[in-house]
Design a protein around this ligand. Structure first.
Ligand code: ADP
Length: 362
């Protein structure tokens, strides 16, 4: 049971409303970091950096066919029943489209999406304030949901299951527990580390979907779409070259495309071809597989410092001056997927392909 102190705003008798129940301190408290998105006209009027490249509808969302199919069916069924969509957990490496999918779902359902991340929900009143303010069928997107603290997580259980908040009001001998109904809503949780989620929380999601790295065709389509939106004249071979070098990740594809755009603008190139992409990305030290200097430093450290491994994650992280969690969740997945390194019970091992790639890069 969560402890939410109402301070001087202890509720008087009668049916307590949200404000009265939560007390002045909670309601007046600084709002946690939240962004509202979802209604067509408020889509860009938000606190997020304007991302004109984000697909807005399911139809525009490229790739991840299983995810699109599963969620498309769920959206349609929910719409016809007029209910809130079941809670959705999206997991996978960063930049694959989890936030984008939450916004797409809100758009498809015609409701608002409130965006926050677990580290911003430090105090119980942060999450309580968010939940009591939700309107029926709205989406609440919590990024990095594996980082929720226990109190916040326990507040979420009855909220997700029964659309109810269990609160303890007051302190010590005057403490009383109250149950507060909230609007039926949909929680969309995103995480790069599904394994770190507690199982009671995971079990409360009706739809659990993994996002995969994108294939070349999908990435090429994403790059061409983005080039169209950025008003760039990009040859399809050039789009393929960006696709090859973006680590299977749309966010990186968009970032590389912007770097290519800069080089093209400075060089006065109207039409962008594969050679220009190669020139621009080499300038940024992105190699043929899409590895950047940072990835290559990891592989080199394994080879030169530890004879190719096995070597522990913590040791590698210390050698690179990197946080082990970031290394594991952000840097490693693509290197593993490409077969450049392996995880073994004794530590990370550089594969033959990893050695060969370093040889080529050298
Ligand atoms: P995540 O939340 O998984 O870290 P985002 O949803 O923020 O990733 O996606 C990063 C960027 O990649 C988005 O701004 C969007 O422009 C682009 N993107 C992601 N998924 C897709 C997709 N399926 N089709 C087109 N663009 C996409």
């Amino acid at each position: 049971m969560a402890i939410v102190s109402s301070g001087s705003g202890r509720p008087s008798s009668g049916q307590p409303g949200a404000e009265r129940l939560l007390g002045a301190r909670l309601v007046d408290a600084a709002e946690p970091e939240v962004t509202e998105l979802g209604q067509p006209d408020s889509f860009q009027a938000d606190g997020l950096p304007a991302d004109s490249l984000r697909p807005r509808r399911l139809q525009e969302y490229i790739g991840q066919s299983e995810l699109r199919q599963v969620l498309g069916i769920a959206v349609e069924a929910t719409r016809s029943r007029g209910e809130a969509l079941d809670h959705v957990l999206l997991y996978g490496p960063p930049g694959l489209g989890k936030t984008t999918m939450a916004l797409v779902l809100a758009e498809e359902l015609g409701v608002r999406c409130r965006i926050t991340s677990a580290p911003a929900l430090e105090r119980p009143r942060d999450i309580v304030g968010l939940l009591v303010n939700l309107q029926p069928r709205e989406l609440l997107f919590i990024d990095e949901i594996h980082r929720l603290n226990r109190v916040a997580e326990e507040l979420l259980y009855p909220a997700m299951e029964d659309f109810r908040l269990d609160l303890t009001v007051g302190k010590g001998t005057t403490a009383r527990s109250r149950s507060l109904p909230i609007a039926p809503f949909t929680l969309v949780g995103a995480t790069t580390r599904a394994g770190s989620l507690s199982s009671p929380l995971r079990d409360r999601f009706g739809l659990i979907q993994r996002l995969e790295f994108y294939g070349l065709d999908d990435l090429q389509a994403i790059v061409l779409r983005a080039a169209g939106l950025l008003d760039l004249d990009l040859e399809s071979g050039a789009a393929l070259e960006v696709a090859r070098r973006c680590r299977g990740t749309p966010r990186i594809a968009n970032r590389l495309l912007r770097r290519v755009r800069d080089v093209a603008a400075v060089g006065g190139h109207g039409r962008i071809n594969a050679a220009l992409v190669d020139q621009a990305l080499s300038l940024h030290r992105v190699d043929g597989l899409g590895l950047d200097a940072h990835d290559r430093r990891l592989l080199s450290l394994m080879l030169e410092g530890y004879g190719g491994g096995p070597v522990g994650l913590e040791t590698l992280a210390a050698g690179l001056g990197e946080d082990p969690v970031t290394l594991e969740a952000v840097v490693e997945p693509f290197l593993l997927q490409q077969g450049l390194l392996q995880r073994t019970p004794r530590g990370r091992v550089l594969t033959d392909a990893g050695r060969a790639h370093l040889g080529r890069a050298a």
